[in-house]
Design a protein around this ligand. Sequence first.
Ligand SMILES: NC(=O)c1ccc[n+]([C@@H]2O[C@H](COP(=O)([O-])OP(=O)(O)OC[C@H]3O[C@@H](n4cnc5c(N)ncnc54)[C@H](O)[C@@H]3O)[C@@H](O)[C@H]2O)c1
Length: 358
Amino acid sequence: MGRLGEADALLICVPTPLTETRDPDLQYVEATARQIAATLRPGQLISLESTTYPGTTREVLLPVLSASGLKPGDDFFLAYSPEREDPGNPDFSADRIPKVVGGIDPESCRLAELLYGRAVVHVVPVSSCEVAEATKILENTYRSVNIAMVNELKMLFDRLGIDVWEVIDAAKTKPFGFQAFYPGPGLGGHCIPIDPFYLSWVARKHGLATRFIELAGEINTGMPDFVIRHVIDALNEAGKPLRGSKVCLLGVAYKRDVDDPRESPSFVLMERLLAGGAVLSYNDPHVPVLPDMRHYRVPELTSVELTPELLAAQDCVLIATDHSSYDYELIVRHAPLVVDTRNATKNVTQGREKIRKA
Ligand SMILES: NC(=O)c1ccc[n+]([C@@H]2O[C@H](COP(=O)([O-])OP(=O)(O)OC[C@H]3O[C@@H](n4cnc5c(N)ncnc54)[C@H](O)[C@@H]3O)[C@@H](O)[C@H]2O)c1
């Protein structure tokens, strides 16, 4: 960090998690800003990329950097440009994703535009850093709310005996006005479950509520209970209680084909299964050992090998993440019962009577 003065541009992309009480935790942004301020020199451009609430760049970052004695917009320049990654997406690497930039002043915006223009396919300048910050929060809130909507519809359609995934596949044949979102066992990852609460926090500060965000959070965090209910009911149909039943959970990463377990609903599922007395094991080709998590009591487990013998010895196999390397035909052929939260088994042809979608 002592060499930060050597670079002409510094891009900050440190974590922006939530505290226990779901308030923004900006300690990493602030600590980094203080370290940058210590070596700040004339001509440097600072760009914040961490996801955060509108106002952070000007109200949190700018005062720390200005304490260096250098003048913003004259001596140094400050912009916000949200990171827009989609981990595991082979079609959109970082250089192919357009980058939104907003500055604390027009010159900061212009410099950030020049910088990112060398690296990414398209730069979208906006009128302020607040607009750029709000853009990122809109994108993530849009996902959170739409995922909550299909999760709620999943529970309703399940009661009506309708397959929500079939409905979504049919609806997405409409060539305009509909974008498909898919239900699952709950929300995961370090962005979608967290970022909208940055906006709720700033709304509360201004005396306003963000009801869509709160409702989406409520529905999405309730999904693991819906899944566990299905596991219990399916075991019950086979004359087995959850207590003492062998359950193998497939997929700990929060989404398909990535190795990132942050905020994964699989940890909630595991907690509930263990609390109910299940004999738990798991498999995830991308997560060989369960990591320590800040908010969950994680059992000391390593990923088991998915052999026909292991599958046959289970009372239930619970698919939490639909990794593409799984052989779903093999899983359904050997497991006595498969609870599928992702419609991962949709192409399985034999043994479908053993599958319960949840
Ligand atoms: N990873 C993604 O796909 C993604 C996508 C969009 C937005 N974001 C946002 O980007 C930000 C970073 O997320 P991430 O997933 O890359 O986080 P991360 O946990 O991978 O950490 C990013 C980096 O910050 C460093 N770091 C942590 N504390 C630091 C400190 N005090 N000083 C200096 N460096 C420090 C870490 O060592 C790491 O290299 C978050 O605001 C997140 O919401 C991430």
